[in-house]
Write a protein that binds this ligand. Sequence first.
Ligand code: 5RP
Length: 262
Amino acid sequence: MTGELSPIDKAKFVAAKKAAEYVEDGMRVGLGTGSTAAWLVRCIGEMVRDDGLKIKGVPTSTRTAELARDVGIEVISLDEARWLDLTIDGADEFDGDLNLIKGGGGALLQEKIVATASDRMIVIADVGKEVESLGAFPLPVEVIPFGWQTTQALIEETLISMDVLGRQSSMRMNAEVPFITDEGNHILDLHLNRIGNPRQLAMILNQMPGVVENGLFIDICDTVVIGFGDGRVELRDINEGTVTHDKLDFVESENLFTDLAD
Ligand code: 5RP
């Protein structure tokens, strides 16, 4: 069945599978959102079912919560967990300092809250997500619906004095209507092309009253697991300064490779 997976899906799968090795009995684990994180949730679900792994999962979206329950993971809220041992999540881009753009799936707010409340954040990504400078992927910014066009105008005006290569923005749509996040907000996607100073931009965006949170994750990610289409994985740990390699075999499993919804 893995023969039907594209190289990019294989890369996502092996990154997720490798990262699942860091999940241990008794842990409280933040579960990310997106197609790569969906593989992770399935891998952990398999460990729960087949190996008797006992963990509590804190999902970062209603989508992930549903999938986690479906595969047999015990789901608790962040407030029940209070603090997490580990969060594993995908990313839209990561740079050499393991700073990230996230929010392509619209879940950046919960993702940032959960990752920040964790001892360790591991990002799982296919190799195509690595960039020299962040910004080719449009930067998601969660804004409250009240006065969102005014907030948009303020953001675009502020971008004039920032080290970015573009300052257009667009409202994230869901077919004909604005996308609504789990918290009832909207997402503005900023088409910046290149972000010269992500740390400064993240701080300035969050000072605007209509902005709830932005998709720049600065100094939050500890480790990235990069997956390749041939089963290779590369692990980079920013704290240890280590880079290690491994190769995973694709082991077909009925439960893992059927009905992938995300
Ligand atoms: C969701 C996210 C995702 O982690 C990000 O969009 C990557 O998604 P995928 O694994 O599907 O490529 O930030 O808000």
